[in-house]
Ligand binder design. Sequence first.
Ligand code: THU
Length: 134
Amino acid sequence: TPEQLTQLAKEAMLHAYAPYSGFFVGAALLCGDGTVYQGCNIENAAYGPTNCAERTAFFKAIYDGHRDFKAIAICGGKGGNITGAFPPCGVCRQVMREFCDDDFLIYLVDEKGFETRTLSQLLPDSFRASTHMQ
Ligand code: THU
């Protein structure tokens, strides 16, 4: 359920390595077969190599052979306290685009619950594999 996915995203947040921003992010990605992959943000002293929680979850799942995804729950906040829903960065949206359909669900977790978006809402008119195969 979205509630279970939300709980797993909150748990993933505790794994964050974020000594520079202090912004802890957790994600829980639901695969088509029901498997869930958790991810956290992993920062770097050189800043640029930082990996977001969403991409950590995707890359773990893709390495394991998953290609079918249903939904992702995302939460974050300074020092690990959720202070409101925040939408995923553009790079993560493009990674979602590579593997997910327009109706892929994105749960933005806040203090009280979550808001729901679809990938097509967050990344309309997107560049995707089918674009350069035309
Ligand atoms: N971050 C994520 O993990 N996901 C996002 O969608 C946006 C930003 C992380 C990257 C960095 O470690 C911290 O949040 C502050 O930008």
